[in-house]
Design a protein around this ligand. Structure first.
Ligand SMILES: Cc1cc2nc3c(=O)[nH]c(=O)nc-3n(C[C@H](O)[C@H](O)[C@H](O)COP(=O)(O)OP(=O)(O)OC[C@H]3O[C@@H](n4cnc5c(N)ncnc54)[C@H](O)[C@@H]3O)c2cc1C
Length: 295
């Protein structure tokens, strides 16, 4: 007989996903698994396969809109249990669960340049690789060498840059069921003071422009070719527009913020309203960057 999931790893049953997303929104996951190491993670994936249980992989939950009825099956959270780092010359190898902010500070300490623009992105390294996260002209793909992933059978595979098929906020790993375990990055030798100055500048720009004190999932929409989503939304007169407790940020119209008790339904309705209004006014189709999951 198959083991119980609780016998394999640390599991939270009927766990509210609003506790695990930067939006502070999301119904219950049947199970939230917090594997402590690769062996446990492997066993979880094999258990899911054996029992026909669906699973969803998450990092820090900063690009997720989890629907109000939650997620059936297992949510596998890759967090700081997977955050070992090794630095060799200008290469860094790190666990997928490390936060980009922490990794950027390690790069700074070693006078390695190339991730200054990524340092303020609040996700994990794994989430950044899967999303090809980027900001201020930096993208994770530019420093990516390869990553190790675990597939749904519990076997490891290496993904090179070519195999990742990086696009704008896109990679082959999205929705693939593969779990990023670790990532190798190649940076450039730089000077501590220069790297620090750039990081500080980007941090200040973020603080000035983004609603960082309110729950959100960052930019809701991808940048449409030739436009900025935030500018289109603002020009459509939607800054501050509100459905329930979901509001187009007063500070940055590309963000939707949770004013306190927003539901996923509020956010989804607001997304539809924004898309329809922007299309009607400017003929531009907005596409969500945020991953909408659950039921
Ligand atoms: C205030 C704020 C500012 C932001 N600014 C930026 C920005 O400037 N640029 C930008 O690109 N993004 C930005 N984001 C969005 C978000 O931080 C990034 O997309 C980030 O890379 C997501 O990482 P995460 O660990 O939170 O992933 P999650 O949100 O947990 O997951 C995102 C996707 O990655 C997958 N995933 C996560 N970890 C793994 C793993 N180990 N293996 C396999 N799949 C995995 C998930 O299944 C999901 O599809 C911002 C968000 C916020 C809240």
């Amino acid at each position: 007989m198959a083991k119980n999931l609780e016998d394999i790893t640390m599991v939270l049953k009927d766990e509210l996903m609003s506790k695990h997303t930067s939006f502070k929104i999301g119904g219950k996951a049947d199970y939230l698994a917090l594997p402590r190491n690769v062996e446990e993670l492997k066993e979880v994936l094999v258990w899911c396969k054996k029992t026909g249980t669906p699973y969803f992989v998450m990092g820090n939950g900063t690009n997720l809109l989890v629907k109000d009825k939650g997620i059936r099956g297992v949510v596998v959270k890759i967090s700081d249990n997977f955050s070992d780092v090794s630095v060799e010359e200008d290469c860094i190898e790190a666990g997928a669960g490390i936060l980009l902010s922490k990794l950027s500070r390690i790069a700074l300490k070693h006078e390695l340049s190339g991730m200054e623009g990524l340092s303020g992105i609040p996700g994990t390294l794994g989430g950044a690789v899967v999303m090809n996260a980027g900001a201020y002209g930096y993208e994770i793909k530019d420093i990516f060498v390869n990553c190790m992933v675990l597939n749904e059978d519990g076997n490891t595979e290496m993904f090179t840059k070519e195999k990742m098929n990086f696009g704008y906020r896109e990679t082959v790993l999205q929705g693939s069921g593969k779990v990023v375990l670790s990532v190798k990055l190649k940076l450039n030798k730089g000077k501590y003071g220069d790297i620090k100055a750039l990081m500080d500048d980007f941090t200040q720009r973020r603080q000035a422009k983004q609603p960082l004190s309110q729950p959100s999932a960052g930019s809701v929409f991808k940048r449409p070719a030739g436009y900025y989503a935030g500018k289109l939304i603002e020009d459509a007169g939607l800054k501050g527009y509100r459905i329930g407790d979901a509001q187009v940020s007063e500070k940055h119209a590309g963000f939707i913020v949770n004013l306190g008790n927003a539901t996923a339904d509020d956010v989804l309705k607001l997304i539809e309203h924004i898309k329809a209004t922007v299309y009607e006014k400017f003929g531009v189709q907005l596409e969500p960057e945020v991953k909408i999951v659950g039921e």
